[in-house]
Ligand binder design. Sequence first.
Ligand SMILES: [Zn+2]
Length: 153
Amino acid sequence: MSRRKYPAACDVCGARAVRLSSAPLQREFREGTFAVEGFEYERCDACGEGFIDAAQMDPIQRAGVEAARAGLGRLSSSEIREMRLAIGITQTVLESQLGVSAGTVGRWERGGELQTRIADNFMRLLFAHPELVTEAMGAMARDSRGPYRPRSR
Ligand SMILES: [Zn+2]
C-alpha cells in the first residue's frame, strides 16, 4: 500500500481527513452484510469513504465470502473442496450436477464467490449421498438421447 502523508485530501468530499485505518470493513451480499477485519486501508474521517488498494481487493473479497459463509452456516472453501474430493468427482461433474456454469466451483473453492443456499443444500446432499451423483448422471445421459426426438419407426 502506498505510504503518503496523513491526513491526506479525500477524493470524494475534499476534506483533508484521509488516514490509515484498520476498522472492520462491511461487505455486502444479497443475504446480508458481514464485517471483515484485519485489513489496513485509507479511510476518510469526514465522509467515511474507504479507499482500498487494488491488490487488497481479492483478499478482502475472499475474507468477506468466508465471513458470510460463517454467518450463514454455509460450507467453507476447504469443506467444499475436501468433500468433493472425498466422493471422487471433478469440479466439472459437480458443476453439471448443480446446473451452474463452468468455473463456478473453482471460484467457490478459492473463496472468490459465495454459493447460494440452494447450491449449498444440494452439495451437502450429494456429499452425504454420493450414490445420487451416479443416478443423476444416468438421468442426464437419458436426457441427452432427447425426449423430443421423433421415433424412427
Ligand atoms: Zn471524504
